[in-house]
Ligand binder design. Structure first.
Ligand SMILES: Cc1cc2nc3c(=O)[nH]c(=O)nc-3n(C[C@H](O)[C@H](O)[C@H](O)COP(=O)(O)OP(=O)(O)OC[C@H]3O[C@@H](n4cnc5c(N)ncnc54)[C@H](O)[C@@H]3O)c2cc1C
Length: 386
């Protein structure tokens, strides 16, 4: 019988990435965070093995797969305790947008490096005064001869310190009012007028978040990706993979936490039987497993739709997958910490820091409430309050 959900190649990829993840594991990430550095060895090994660019076109050094394959990579690394957050941003958003809408020159310049991990691209859409309402972004590009001058502020932009460029979402000057007409620019972080300030996050992760200030940053005409009039379509080509990959990040983390809790629950004995025999411990863990599996099924649906070219269908499924995965992750981590009792809060067992990490999947890149709004209006046809 042919495989129903994943092809043989995809299962093989899953097994191979899991093996790489196991070689590094949670201890490796804990060590790199403590040393204040990035997981460069894992990033570069994953790049050499072709995992970072598995979704990018073969003609530009990628694996010729889709977001289905890339989500497998992130999920499995996460399940081994060593997720690479920049996979959500560099190959999934930036790589996809450039592959689909970039010029030949932009593809040749960026895609091979993004695929083998030698170049990384960050992505900046969030603004302090816009937040969830991206129609309100004010980062503005105005023409100056053939160049562009880009001015604005961004917050919570991940990985700018290790990025070779940031894909910045702005709007053109003549589109300052009305609905968002976004345009995307490749901005080098050493450009004059570009400043970054780290944000002090309560997150135990190697990838840092930054506030960006762009003050008349001069960019050549070819910094613009795609068509300045095709805006939203291009943006969503990147945002659906971002949601699918955030789901993969959350499912990986949830699986990791659940695995640690199961090991503990099988061994720890304070009455006659191990605590995992008590249904009050077993049932919430079983529920967490079911919720993670369900979220993964939705993520696979979203990834399949996206890879098949159904951007609209993928939009709804990607939102639902991100929602389900975020909730499943937060609950799995919560139950895992609880299963370990006092040890759940020790540094040694390393689960407590996942409590804040898991919340990221509930907030970013689009919050739980904004997904519920989307489903209320788009899927269910209910009226809007805002
Ligand atoms: C670790 C981390 C990494 C990130 N990395 C990036 C990155 O690389 N690039 C990038 O561009 N951004 C990034 N972000 C930003 C992230 O996408 C935003 O935090 C997110 O979109 C929410 O925006 P906000 O923080 O401004 O919250 P707000 O929009 O201010 O929302 C605050 C609260 O109000 C609720 N709310 C808002 N509007 C409504 C409504 N209409 N109905 C009901 N509830 C509502 C929200 O659900 C939320 O709970 C990152 C964030 C984090 C935490």
């Amino acid at each position: 019988m042919p495989p129903v959900i994943e092809s043989e190649e995809q299962s093989d990829l899953r097994a191979a990435v899991a093996a790489l993840g196991k070689r590094y594991g949670r201890d490796y990430i804990t060590r790199t965070v403590a040393e204040g550095r990035h997981p460069t060895e894992l990033w570069s090994d994953a790049g050499k093995l072709g995992y970072l660019g598995v979704n990018l076109p073969e003609a530009y050094g990628g694996g010729g797969g889709g977001v289905t394959e890339l989500s497998i990579v992130l999920e499995e690394l996460g399940a081994a305790g060593s997720p690479l957050l920049m996979l959500v941003v560099s190959p999934a958003i930036c790589g996809t947008v450039i592959a689909r809408f970039g010029t030949e020159e932009q593809k040749r310049t960026w895609l091979p490096g993004i695929a083998d991990g030698t170049r990384t691209m960050a992505f900046g859409i969030t603004e302090p005064d816009a937040g969830s309402n991206s129609h309100r972004i004010t980062t503005t590009a105005r023409r100056d001869g053939d160049d562009w001058l880009l001015t604005g502020r961004k917050v919570f932009i991940s990985g700018v310190d290790i990025a070779d460029a940031v894909l910045i979402v702005g709007r053109t000057e003549d589109a300052r009012t009305g609905r968002l007409k976004p345009c995307l620019f490749i901005v080098p972080p050493d450009a004059e007028g570009f400043q970054r300030h780290p944000i002090d996050m309560e997150l135990n992760a190697a990838e840092k978040q930054f506030e960006l200030v762009l003050d008349d940053v001069r960019l050549p005409a070819d910094a613009l990706v795609g068509d300045e009039d095709a805006g939203l379509l291009q943006l969503f080509a990147g945002l659906n993979p971002e949601r699918i990959m955030t789901a993969a990040f959350a499912i990986g983390m949830g699986r990791y936490a659940l695995g640690r809790a199961l090991e503990y629950a099988r061994e720890r004995t304070v009455w006659k039987a191990p605590i995992g025999a008590h249904q009050a411990i077993a049932h919430p863990l079983a529920r967490a497993h079911i919720d993670l599996e369900l979220a993964r099924l939705m993520m696979q649906k979203a990834a399949h739709l996206y890879d098949a070219g159904d951007d609209i269908g993928a939009g709804e499924a990607a939102n639902m997958a991100k929602y389900a995965a975020g909730e499943a992750c937060v609950n799995a981590v919560d139950q895992a910490v609880h299963t370990l009792g006092g040890n759940g809060l020790t540094r040694e067992y390393g689960l407590a820091s996942l409590i804040t990490a898991a919340r990221v999947a509930r907030i970013a890149p689009v919050s739980r409430e904004m997904i519920l709004n989307y489903v209320s209006h788009q899927s269910l046809g209910l009226p809007k309050s805002y």
